[in-house]
Design a protein. Structure first.
Length: 84
């Protein structure tokens, strides 16, 4: 699976959400980079966030961010050293 820039932009937006509180949302302002505005709109259309300019995570969005955070934790951790 190739990661397009559009998908990377969506991941960047999702990674800004905190899972610490359901009341924590984000707002992507109209002076943000056009690619991030478009990514936010796509996430809204995919029913991952509550508003086209950010808002809160939907149930599906929260589950997606949980998986994303786990993947990012794995990918950014130090590799385990194996001995024979």
């Amino acid at each position: 699976m190739a990661l397009s820039q559009a998908l990377l932009d969506e991941i960047a937006i999702l990674s800004r959400f905190s899972l610490d509180s359901l009341q924590a949302g984000i707002k992507v302002h109209n002076d943000a980079a056009p690619a991030l505005i478009a990514a936010t709109e796509r996430l809204y259309k995919k029913d991952l966030i509550s508003q086209a300019d950010g808002g809160y995570l939907t149930e599906l969005g929260r589950e997606t961010v949980e998986h994303l955070q786990l993947a990012l934790t794995i990918l950014t951790s130090e590799p385990a050293l194996f001995t024979e």
